[in-house]
Design a protein around this ligand. Structure first.
Ligand code: AMP
Length: 218
């Protein structure tokens, strides 16, 4: 299998806990593209207590969106660091202002939208644990870690994200509806939106590969 030489700019959209993280890591692994996840990068800054980390911490803990000006500057800088490789953008843009700013400097080629029922999302979040340094996500009862509370690869502690608390999740889903819905329409109007429906990532994944194989593999 050879990866096509044309560099592709992919974007993945989906509500919080729609399986975006899981599908993204599978795409990154299968097609060897760079994963640029705004949430992972922000959590990394918080962990390292950088100036940006200190500035954005309260937004993440409360499940609120980081202001557009901060996000736009940060993410465009991050994208410019990716050299000569296709990328998959995850978590950005979340508002039309962000989408517009991105379009001006890095117009994306393909937008994948994951469509997962609301009740499935609520249930999933309750059981979600993450390994912060790597961003690996576990779901109790579905992909349970081998040792309770520990990352399979490093054996380090897993944590529940503060924004996975029920109140923060409700807030994030509300924000998603009001701020991010228009982003979906933005890309639909540009005719580059492709939607994938399902209740689990395993149900969605074959649909994603059926779509991406012809455009990413020779
Ligand atoms: P995620 O891991 O993508 O769900 O992002 C976690 C949190 O990071 C969000 O709830 C926001 O507080 C913040 N965040 C990530 N990406 C963005 C963005 N594009 N715009 C504003 N805030 C963001």
């Amino acid at each position: 299998m050879t990866i096509k030489t044309k560099l592709l700019k992919l974007l993945i959209l989906g509500a919080p806990a729609s399986g975006k993280g899981t599908i993204s890591s599978r795409i990154v692994k299968k097609y060897n593209v760079s994963h640029v996840s705004s949430g992972d990068k922000l959590r990394d800054h918080i962990e390292k207590q950088t100036d940006l980390g200190k500035e954005v911490k309260k937004y993440l803990n409360e499940g609120k969106l980081v202001p557009d000006d901060v996000m736009i500057k940060f993410m465009i800088t991050e994208l410019n660091k990716v050299n000569n490789k296709s990328w998959l953008l995850d978590g950005f843009p979340r508002t039309v202002a962000q989408a517009d700013a991105l379009w001006k400097v890095q117009p994306v080629d393909v937008v994948l939208n994951l469509v997962v029922p609301f009740e499935v999302i609520i249930d999933r979040v309750k059981n979600r644990w993450v390994h912060l340094p790597s961003g690996r996500v576990y779901n109790i009862g579905f992909n349970t870690p081998k040792v309770e509370g520990k990352d399979d690869v490093t054996g380090e502690d897993l944590v529940q994200r503060p924004d996975d608390k029920p109140e923060a999740v409700r807030k994030r889903l509300e924000i998603y509806e009001s701020a991010t819905r228009p982003v979906i329409d933005y890309y639909r109007n540009k005719n580059i939106l492709k939607e994938f429906e399902g209740r689990t990532s395993d149900e969605i994944w074959p649909k994603v590969t059926a779509y991406l194989d012809p455009i990413l593999i020779k």
